[in-house]
Design a protein around this ligand. Structure first.
Ligand SMILES: [Zn+2]
Length: 56
């Protein structure tokens, strides 16, 4: 997945009970629902491990 601002790579970033997608280049964070339409297979598989986490 790519950042909408700088096209840097997004990584899954876990914070306690929440998960964000964070850009490794500019540090921009996205809520999961904000980027849900752009989720790729790799990211979906990572998120599936966090089924108990609240996606706020
Ligand atoms: Zn970025």
């Amino acid at each position: 997945m790519k950042c909408r601002k700088c096209s840097g790579k997004l990584e899954v970033h876990r914070m306690c009970r929440r998960v964000r997608m964070r850009c490794t280049v500019c540090g921009q964070e996205y809520r999961i629902h904000e980027v849900a339409s752009d989720l790729d297979k790799e990211t979906e598989e990572i998120l599936e491990r966090y089924t108990t986490i609240i996606y706020d």
